[in-house]
Design a protein around this ligand. Structure first.
Ligand code: ATP
Ligand code: MG
Length: 307
C-alpha cells in the first residue's frame, strides 16, 4: 500500500487533465488525442475520455470499422454517466497496454438534460471515475464547445485544465468567461482545480496576427502559457480521418514535433510539481531551444525587427 502511494506522488498517478475552451474548433480534440497518444508513448498509462457528443476524440483515435460497432454497443460514457452500466464496461483498449478510451456516443447530448434534475449532478463524473483513477498515470478529458453540465462535470473531477487557444483574432475573447467559470468551480466545487496551461494552436508563422496573439497571451499569462506552440499543419487535419494521432500518422511532421514538445513540457510540469523540484524550469529551457517554442519565435521576430 505504501509503495503505491509513494509511486502516486512521484509519477503523478491519476493526474486528471481537462482540455477545455467553450469556443468551437480551437484544437481541443486534436490536443486531447495527441496528448493522450504522446503520454502513452512516454510509457505512461493513459485513459482518454471523450465527453463531447460530437465524438471526435473517439473517431480520431479508433478506425471506422471498430467505431461503428463501438457506438452501437450501448457502452459509451453516456450509459456510465446516467448509471446504466459501470465505467469499467465502457473503457476499451485504444493502443495495447498504454492507452484506453472511454468513447462518446450521440446519446451523450441527452445526458445534460437527464442529469440536470439529479442531486449532485456536477459530481457524477468524479464519482464514476473514482474506482479507476489510480490505475492511470494520466486521464485526459476532451470536452464539448460549451460550459454546460458536461464540461462542468469534467472541471469538478479534474486536477487541472489545459486551454487550447487558436491564434486568431478573437482568441482572448471568451477566455474571461472560461477563467470566471474555473474560479467559480474552485470556490464551490473543486478547490484544488489548477490551470495547467494555455496552448497556442494553429499558429501560422506567415500571419502577423498569429505573432501578435502569441505576444499578447505571453504578456497576460507568462506563468501559464506553454512554451510549445502548435503550428497550423495539414497533417494534423488529415490524421483524424485515419483514426490516428499525428504522432502516429506522420511522426516527422511539424505538427507531430510540436505535440511531442508539448507532451515533454507537460510531463516536466506535472513531475516537477509532484517532486516540488526545479524540473519544470529545466523543461521550459529545453522547449525554448526547439523550433516550435514561443521563445524561439520571439527571438526570430526580434532578430527580424533589428534588420
Ligand atoms: P470542437 O469545439 O468542435 O470540439 P475542437 O476545439 O475540438 O473543436 P479540433 O476538432 O481539434 O477543435 O480542430 C478543429 C479542426 O481543425 C479539425 O478539423 C482539426 O483537424 C483541425 N486542426 C486542429 N488543429 C490544427 C492545426 N494545428 N493545424 C491544422 N489543422 C488543425
Ligand atoms: Mg472537439
Amino acid at each position: 500500500m505504501f509503495h503505491v502511494k509513494h509511486f502516486a506522488r512521484e509519477a503523478g498517478v491519476g493526474r486528471l487533465i481537462v482540455i477545455a475552451n467553450q469556443k468551437g474548433g480551437v484544437g481541443k480534440t486534436t490536443t486531447a488525442v495527441n496528448l493522450a497518444v504522446g503520454l502513452a508513448a512516454n510509457d505512461r498509462k493513459v485513459l482518454l475520455i471523450d465527453l463531447d457528443p460530437q465524438g471526435n476524440a473517439s473517431s480520431g483515435i479508433i478506425a471506422d470499422t471498430r467505431l461503428t460497432e463501438l457506438k452501437s454497443s450501448g457502452k459509451t460514457i453516456y450509459e456510465a454517466l446516467v448509471g446504466r452500466i459501470g465505467l469499467g464496461e465502457v473503457i476499451r483498449t485504444a493502443r495495447a497496454d498504454r492507452l484506453d478510451l472511454a468513447p462518446s456516443g450521440p446519446d451523450l447530448v441527452g445526458a445534460e438534460i437527464e442529469l440536470a434534475t439529479r442531486e449532485g449532478r456536477e459530481r457524477v463524473l468524479k464519482q464514476i471515475l473514482a474506482p479507476v483513477r489510480d490505475t492511470y498515470a494520466y486521464i485526459v478529458i476532451d470536452t464539448p464547445p460549451s460550459l454546460g453540465l458536461l464540461t462542468l462535470n469534467a472541471l469538478v473531477a479534474a486536477d487541472s485544465v489545459i486551454v487550447p487557444m487558436q491564434c486568431e483574432y478573437y482568441a482572448l475573447e471568451g477566455l474571461t468567461a472560461l477563467l470566471e467559470t474555473i474560479k467559480r468551480v474552485r470556490t464551490a466545487l473543486n478547490p484544488a482545480l489548477q490551470i495547467e496551461g494555455l496552448v497556442l494552436t494553429m499558429f501560422d508563422g506567415r500571419n502577423r496576427l498569429s505573432h501578435e496573439i502569441a505576444r499578447e497571451v505571453q504578456k497576460h499569462f507568462p506563468e501559464k502559457v506553454f512554451q510549445s506552440v502548435i503550428p497550423r499543419n495539414v497533417r494534423l487535419s488529415e490524421s483524424p480521418s485515419h483514426g490516428l494521432a499525428v504522432l502516429e500518422y506522420d511522426p516527422r511532421s511539424a505538427g507531430a514535433e510540436a505535440y511531442r514538445n508539448l507532451v515533454a513540457e507537460l510531463i516536466a510540469r506535472v513531475d516537477g510539481k509532484a517532486a516540488a523540484g526545479p524540473q519544470g524550469a529545466h523543461a521550459d529551457e529545453g522547449a525554448g531551444r526547439r523550433t516550435w517554442s514561443l521563445r524561439a519565435l520571439f527571438a526570430r521576430d526580434d532578430e527580424r525587427g533589428k534588420r
